[in-house]
Design a protein. Structure first.
Length: 352
């Protein structure tokens, strides 16, 4: 398949995904293979929470719509225009995927196929259904993909390079196990926000989206705030009150109760609004239902600090306070060219 053919296939996948929305799911008769896949995918979305308690329909719909918006002709052309695909010799690329948020490994999956390689996928036990379904849809559109997509349950074998995502502990295992293979090994990262007290209510409400989307389980979720020395959290708590319904999800509520109890038994000083706790802490990685915060003296010193900690940070959110930061409310809507850990996956795949 030529690059243009592959792009058109993924554009068609975008059209398919666009039909499924948390507000209204409407079948578009012009979408290819809809009679075979529309009803089945709609059922799968609503079954996802039975497969993984964190995968509520709202969260799955959000992920699907994010990919529907990404898989357009304009986005694919912009993403791929600066690469030379003529040098690719097809290889078998193994993917070890995470399962913290729905379809979290789709970008790697897309990257391998769009560059012309064969993909060997080991899904997370937490997300075993969504990606295989989309793979079936792609194969229905282009039967040639049947020989280029393999899902495995046991040991990975017969691969030439690997992209693996896991915790810091599993990354050490991956680095040892795959030491003789070209690899991208992704570890724990967290996202942060830098505030100065001049943010509008709308910006702080958008920050709530960065915090609560996917219940805070993603590496692009904000888990820590940097605030000025005299910062008051009153405006922040008022702005994020619209996310209060998160406490009605049992798994989130259990984490809130447990983590709050642990903090209180340890005599930590907490700020609490009934569905989120704030704890002053130097770490970037806060538990679910809690956000850490750290006070800073000046932005120059903070910029230097964050530069030294860049390997721990996925995204920085601010109102242009920190170089390279993104706007409030945008962490969970990355573009195709926004690579995880700032590692260019396409360039990695093109030099194999």
């Amino acid at each position: 398949m030529t690059l243009e053919v592959k792009k058109n296939i993924f554009i068609e996948l975008g059209h398919f995904l666009k039909q499924f929305n948390t507000n209204e799911t409407v079948k578009n008769e012009n979408v290819l293979k809809n009679d075979l896949f529309f009803d089945e995918f709609n059922k799968l979305i609503h079954l996802s929470q039975s497969h993984n308690g964190w995968y509520t329909p709202e969260q799955v719909y959000f992920s699907i719509q994010s990919w529907a918006e990404a898989l357009t002709e304009e986005n694919l052309n912009k993403w791929l225009s600066n690469y030379n695909f003529d040098v690719v010799v097809p290889k078998n690329i193994a993917l070890i995927l995470a399962g913290n948020v729905p379809l979290v490994g789709f970008h790697d999956f897309l990257s391998v196929l769009i560059t012309g390689h064969n993909v060997v996928v080991k899904t997370s036990s937490n997300d075993q259904h969504l990606l295989p379904f989309l793979a079936k849809y792609l194969i229905a559109l282009a039967p040639e993909f049947a020989n280029k997509i393999t899902f495995v349950e046991g040991k990975l074998e017969n691969f030439d390079a690997v992209i693996a995502t896991g915790s810091n502990n599993t990354a050490r295992y991956f680095e040892y196990y795959f030491k003789d293979k070209p690899s991208i090994i992704r570890k724990n990262r967290n996202s942060i926000a830098v505030l100065n007290g001049n943010e509008s209510k709308e910006q702080l409400a958008a920050l709530g989206e960065d915090i609560f989307r996917y219940f805070g389980l993603g590496c692009r979720n904000v888990s820590k705030l940097f605030v000025p020395k005299d910062y008051s959290f009153v405006a922040f708590f008022e702005a994020i009150f619209e996310y209060q319904d998160v406490i009605h999800y049992e798994k989130y509520a259990n984490n809130y109760d447990y983590n709050k109890a642990v903090f209180l038994m340890s005599n930590f000083k907490l700020l609490d609004n009934g569905f989120l706790t704030l704890k002053e802490d130097n770490s970037h990685a806060s538990p679910i239902s809690s956000i850490f915060y750290e006070r800073y003296e000046n932005l120059t010193d903070l910029q230097a600090k964050l530069t030294t900690e860049a390997d721990q940070i996925q995204c920085i959110v601010s109102d242009n306070l920190i170089e390279g930061s993104i706007a409030f409310g945008q962490t969970q809507q990355p573009q195709l060219w926004d690579y995880a850990d700032n590692i260019d996956t396409i360039s990695f795949l093109l030099i194999r």
